[in-house]
Design a protein around this ligand. Sequence first.
Ligand code: FES
Ligand code: FE2
Length: 349
Amino acid sequence: MDVIHPEIAKAKTLPSNYYTDESLYNSLLGKFFTTWNFVGHVSMLEHSTTIPVSIGNNPMMLTKDESGEFHCLSNVCTHRGMILSEVSTNRRTIKCPYHGRTFNLCGKLKYMPEFDQAKNFPSSSDDLPSSKVKNWQGLLFANLENDNSFESFISVVEDRMNFLNIEDFQFDSKLDKTHHLDTNWMLYVDNFLEGFHIPFVHTELNSVLDYSSYETQLFDNGVLQIGFAKEGEAKFDLPESHVDYGKSIAAYYWWLFPNLMLNFYPWGLSINLVNPNGCGKTIVQYHGLVVDQTKVGLGAGGDIDLVELQDQEIVEACFRGMKSSLYDRGRYSPKMEMGVHHFHRILTG
Ligand code: FES
Ligand SMILES: [Fe+2]
């Protein structure tokens, strides 16, 4: 039987042990590897050749080789499992700090001291597992399984957002932020996937958004939420050919399974990456790309730091709630929580 009933009007929400049970946590993380994962922006590799990233629980490393090609490599040494690099570097090789094993930027083993007598060494299993990287408008994605089409992964976003030249957006490292939360990563995603809580939790945001018009659209590997601007608030200038032409749109909030949020505002793009860091710990990384400096701070994309803190308080408190023996699961609002229901269906499908 389905854990989550396919009809939202009949369904119960995800049982609380999905958020608190270590073994379920680990098995759900396995789903990260079957899809494309956001790993960074090209400008992060303008002055570095390697940067540490992660996919699910896997420490990874984003690299740019001599020919300018991007790779996503395991950040775990193939000798005895040392983490190769905790910080960004600008070196031409990757050298393990433990016993000096050295790899090139494509992950190929180049040198290992004291191994002359080792038989059948090196072999391809001594190279770092690697995945090619897709560059979509400057955003870099890696897929450890390498067999899913990137085009079908991104097409819904691309079709709707191609009125913008995302490639020309300026990555602003001053907008980089990292938050450590005491919660399960899925509670952060759940919260992102509904605007139901906006009037209750985000008084300031609610004053610039037209809550009554809020829209949620589902697609195979994600959810789009559209926030509408109240009269006089910052909105997108949409071309006539656009499906949303004539509407006052303040924000496009995209979520791509499992853990990427792309928030488009008239000023640019805010990216949230939700990294699980254990069953009850989550690291959320933020990046910002600016296209129109004059609109920074306006409308729905105005005080996003405040909105973030309000959300963090909620998702940490819900995690404490999940551990209560008196709570197991609830019900969904069929009108307001389609996104959450869709996420839970993907997770448990
Ligand atoms: S663990 Fe890396 S060289 Fe030994
Ligand atoms: Fe929120």
